[in-house]
Structures are given as structure tokens and as C-alpha cells.
Unconditional design. Structure first.
Length: 298
């Protein structure tokens, strides 16, 4: 299949590469030439622009930072036309960005008017899952459009859930990431407390992992350096999922909670904690670095 892939960050690049390895023809575009080069090195093609990438594409996959980027790309901004005017009728758009459900719905409505299918398909699983092709996709859209997308999603992920109509995938994602943010903050707090009392972080982590405090962070993404060799914590908190991205997702969760009058006190507290960590200059680091603001100094 001829695929356009736009947005080649820590998640997007390995996802695009997995599509290339599966035998698809992938035209890749990103503002970073280094990111494009990674996909080209694996057999993908470089596109000079997003418009060039979608020429002749049967499917368009996007992985962008925030709502404004997705809306601007597809619907246009600053007097420039959006990408929907360049995508062929009958093509399928798979947006794997994590954005507001309302933005997905707005873009989907415009896509439908242009004769283009659209699903929101945000992911979970981290950069490791993106590289291994074991991501979880949370899909919002029609059954028919999901089935069209499934052969591609299966090359990038191991779990595909149909959450509901367009926007439902985004809602599921912000619920998941709100919980993840809370769990990481709580896990960091517990490890920091144990270390302050002289416990070995590896031993304490294993005790909690096998006890009632067990969670994904303890299992695969420990926030303390040296506990998990391949976790961002053991690499200076580089790569992974940025603190500012987690802060954005927690903000989306709070906006949604206010809109539907849901009570999310822990989500609000987690947002405040990551905001403080970002303000302290750690916004570009992996979100597990939040443990640094909870550790005893000296």
C-alpha cells in the first residue's frame, strides 16, 4: 500500500519503519531531516512536504504533538490550505496523535465532506512498544474504517481496541494517560521514600512489583536510574515520553473532566506536580524524571 507518514518523533519514526519493514511504500515527512533520514535508511522515501507525502497515498498516518498541529495540518492555518485538499478522495486518514476528542471530531467532519475516511487511533506502549511493534491502539471511528485500517495497525501494534465513534479513541487515551501520570508520580514517591530510609531501589521495586503496589512503571519503566537498563531513567531521562507531553495529556483530561463534570482530583494533582517539574526546567526530559523533585536532597 502507498502510505504517507507525517510526524516522525520518538514514536512516529519506529511506527513508520515497521510499515516499511512490512512491505509498504512509505513517504515520510517531518520538520526534522534527521528524523526523515531514519525512515529512509530503512527503505522509506523522503517527502519534501506534507503535501508531497500524500500525493497518491491510499492511507495517511499522522503522529503530531497536539490538537493545534493536527487541526492546522488538515484544515489549514494562516491562510494556507489544509492537507485535506491534497489527499485523494477515498483515502483513509489514521491520526495517532493524542489530542482533544473535539478536534478529532472536527477534522473527521471536514474529511467526510471531502470524501476522505478518518479514524483517531492514539497509542500506548511507549517508544519500546513502537520499536517492537507491540503498541496498543485505541480507535475511534466506524467499524468499516477500522477494518480498512486494521492491516496497517497490526504491523505497528499488538492490541487494537474499538473504543467507539470518532473521538472515543482520544477519550480512552486521556483516561489511560491520566492514570499513568498518577501511577508514575505515586511510584516515584514510594521509591523515593524507601531510598531515603536506606533501602535498595532495585529490591524495593521488586518487592512492590510482586505485591499489591505492582504497576506498569515498576514492571517496565522504573523511574529510578539503574533499575531497568533500557528505561529512560537509566539514560539520563532522555527519549521516552516527555514531561511536557504528559502535562499536555493531563491538561486534556482536566478539560474533559470539566466539560462532563467528572471528579478527577488525583488527575488534577498529578498535573500540578508535572507542571512544577516542567517549570523547574525538566519539560523535555522523560516524565519518569518526576522522581527527581520527590527525592531527598543531600
Amino acid at each position: 500500500m502507498q502510505i504517507a507518514f507525517i510526524g516522525l518523533g520518538n514514536m512516529g519514526a519506529p511506527m513508520a519503519i515497521n510499515l516499511v519493514k512490512a512491505g509498504h511504500s512509505v513517504k515520510a515527512f517531518d520538520l526534522s531531516q534527521d528524523a526523515v533520514a531514519k525512515v529512509v535508511a530503512e527503505g522509506g522515501q523522503a517527502a519534501a512536504s506534507a503535501q508531497a507525502a500524500v500525493q497518491g497515498a491510499e492511507a495517511v498516518v499522522t503522529m503530531l504533538p497536539a490538537s493545534q498541529h493536527v487541526e492546522g495540518l488538515f484544515l489549514g492555518r494562516d491562510g494556507q490550505p489544509g492537507l485535506l485538499s491534497s489527499i485523494a478522495k477515498g483515502a483513509l486518514v489514521i491520526d495517532s496523535s493524542t489530542i482533544a476528542a473535539a478536534t478529532s471530531q472536527k477534522v473527521a467532519k471536514a474529511a467526510e465532506a471531502a470524501g476522505i475516511a478518518f479514524i483517531d487511533a492514539p497509542v500506548s506502549g511507549g517508544t519500546g512498544g513502537a520499536i517492537a511493534g507491540t503498541l496498543t491502539f485505541m480507535v475511534g471511528g466506524s467499524n468499516a474504517d477500522l477494518e480498512r485500517a486494521r492491516p496497517l495497525l497490526e504491523k505497528m501494534g499488538a492490541n487494537i481496541f474499538h473504543a467507539g465513534s470518532v473521538g472515543a479513541g482520544q477519550t480512552a487515551k486521556i483516561c489511560n494517560n491520566m492514570l499513568l501520570g498518577i501511577l508514575m508520580a505515586g511510584t516515584s514517591e514510594a521509591i523515593a521514600l524507601g531510598v531515603a530510609n536506606g533501602l535498595d531501589p532495585k529490591v524495593l521495586s521488586e518487592i512492590m512489583r510482586r505485591s499489591s503496589g505492582g504497576n506498569w512503571a515498576l514492571e517496565k519503566y522504573n523511574p529510578f536510574p539503574g533499575v531497568h537498563e533500557n528505561a529512560p531513567a537509566s539514560k539520563g531521562y532522555a527519549g521516552g515520553f516527555g514531561t511536557d507531553l504528559m502535562l499536555k495529556d493531563l491538561g486534556l483530561a482536566q478539560e474533559n473532566a470539566m466539560a462532563v463534570k467528572a471528579a478527577t482530583p488525583l488527575g488534577g494533582l498529578a498535573r500540578a506536580i508535572y507542571a512544577a517539574h516542567s517549570i523547574a526546567g525538566h519539560g523535555g526530559e522523560d516524565f519518569s524524571g518526576v522522581i527527581k523533585m520527590l527525592q531527598k536532597k543531600g
